[in-house]
Write a protein that binds this ligand. Sequence first.
Ligand SMILES: *Cc1c(COP(=O)(O)O)cnc(C)c1O
Length: 399
Amino acid sequence: MLAAGGGVIVDVDGNSLIDLGSGIAVVSVGNAAESVVSRVQEQVAAFTHTCFMVTPYDGYVDVCEALAELTPGDHAKKSALFNSGAEAVENAVKIARVATGRDAVVVFDHAYHGRTNLTMAMTAKNMPYKNGFGPFAGEVYRAPMSYPFRDGLSGVEAAARAIDVIEKQVGAANLACVVIEPIQGEGGFVVPAPGFLPALAVWCAANGVVYVADEIQSGFCRTGDWFASDDEGVVPDLVTTAKGIAGGVPLAGVTGRAELMDAVHVGGLGGTYGGNPVACAAALGAIEEMRTHDLPARAREIGAIMASRLTSLQEEYAVIGDLRGRGAMMAIELCVPRTTDPDPVRAAAVSAYCHQHGVVTLTCGTWGNVFRFLPPLSISDELLHEAFDVVGEAFAATR
Ligand SMILES: *Cc1c(COP(=O)(O)O)cnc(C)c1O
């Protein structure tokens, strides 16, 4: 790749591609966004590293203040910064374990939480994420997810099913935390039925279990709110962030109730590079872009365009079994018509056609049959329509 900007990627041969992936929901503010570039340039010329644990600096504190303000809930919050999403998830589990004095972790079917040893155990899908990489960390238990297209359950029913599994197979008294993506990412953009997340959060609160929202893919304006949890007013005890937080520079965070964060002994959390000054400058630049351009609102507009384009495609092509998502995080699931039998072959064919015709799309899902659309929030309506024209042609050409 040679260059990238507001939704266009130029490759080394000079070909332009429309970007519907944002490097997996990372460059939500656009690639090389102005405020990100200027703040990074300024920071890199001032100092590149001190290690926050040794010599603290303002940028780190400023990012934590922004996280406290933007994440759901108005309780007292604290944050710790890391380098990658997986590292943030690992640290959320560490915090929950110390704070509760319990070991067990509950995750869900189709979950994706990363590729380190603990997060591989938490991730559901074997190939390619886990196969041959075990043995995995213990005390990780999996509960059934709410997946309306496949289970037909209401949110309350699906929550009752999950809670029953947790109570019978784990026991609330052993459980440190429940970790859940409010809209699942790699697992297929599964949006739980309304009521599922609130019911889980209520059960967690009643049982002294830490409710952790993994907002690494769904956070930072992607779904039309600052965080996907906002949609149903769910206030997580801990929130993990990464991907969209810093406009393409590696940064991640755990933000949570001050009393939980403070339960950890001094020196218990950290890392050489966590919250590196250049990454913090990038995050402050990205957050500035999100605020200045009201990117939650823009994500809703993009979502409306995508929903209308995808609805017409679904009417035309029976292979599109489900259309789901929120804001600029939308997906279609391809199945043998009128069944829920996955059709990953058609998904791969449509994806290949799109790429050959200048549109970058991503697939995902446990069966590899889901198309996920994650355009940068800086994309224009024209470019978005142009991209979905190609997606439409791809369905026609692979019929
Ligand atoms: C990408 C992702 C992770 C892992 O983040 P990395 O930065 O790749 O380690 C964890 N959780 C979710 C929901 C993700 O989408």
